[in-house]
Design a protein around this ligand. Sequence first.
Ligand SMILES: [Zn+2]
Length: 355
Amino acid sequence: MQSKYLCLGIVLLLLGCGEERNDWQKSSVVPVKPGSTVQIRVAQAVNPRLPRMSPGQIQIMLASAQLTVLKNFGVYVEFTEAPEIGIDQLFALIPPSVKEARLESIYDFKSGSGDKQKLAAGILTTLTERGTKLKDALAFAAPYLPTGANPQDLKALSDLLANTMLERLEQWRHVNAPDGTPVLDASPYNEWVYWDTLGYGKLPYDVVITNQFVASAEYYGVDIHSAIRGGVTVGTTSYSRTGKYGSYVFWSTFPFSDNSEASISMRGNDQYSAADAAELSGAYLAHEIGHLLLQLGHPFGQKACVMNPVSMLKFRQWFFQVYGAGCLLGSRPEMKPGAIPPVYNAEWVRMTQEQ
Ligand SMILES: [Zn+2]
């Protein structure tokens, strides 16, 4: 889960959204116990326009995720066969009423009708609600902000982040698919909000792997990580109404397999072989599985922890720093199973039951 972006859609929703707070409730699903063996239902949602990982890569990826989960969380995961589903079929599972209710959260960067001030105000709300200190935020973000930027307060930082986010999101619009047309086209599949809404339908999967590029802007819940990447999401763990773990994971392979200048630059000028892309993607998928099964949080800056989010798209750097013995379960508040239970909007659940 990036709040958005890396993950915790549920945190994002809890902290960032403008809906009535009393509609938000915590799931009573309890975390899986270390030492157990669990099944995870996997599907591959394919956008035929975009590059995808080969069956061999998907196999490496799932093996890498399985090993990383076992080594770091002591849980043995059995993945089911991963059937393919068209991304259009997947999006058809989103309940129309909830989709409608969430439309207002999307900053429409494609039509140019987005409200930048509202975006900056949303970022400021998120930073303030999360108790962000300017000094800490700058320590993290300064290397990725425009040269010479020196915001004096959170408001100025939020304005800067909104600008940076939109400029970089614009860069992503120039990345083309193999057919020569932009990866970010008129379709809604890049919008994080919809992925975060899928679980309100009857979603029969716990992990959805997709070759779709998810890059977007929202008026609520955007944090520093997402802003400096230009709104790119690698994966998120979001509420799932019918899932036995109370949430589901979507996982985009695009940031691992894309070799556009923008992606390579955000990886710190790193280009991955097919096997490395698959292995790194699987290892980082274990981060989402930590949210999914154990309801773990984010020990920011604790580099030994799988649950520490990747900086920009530097997956290899993250991978070499992870060291399970240096970040045991329960060793920090964020690493306690159940730290962040799934959260859902009861009103939206009610709406789906009326349909
Ligand atoms: Zn996360």
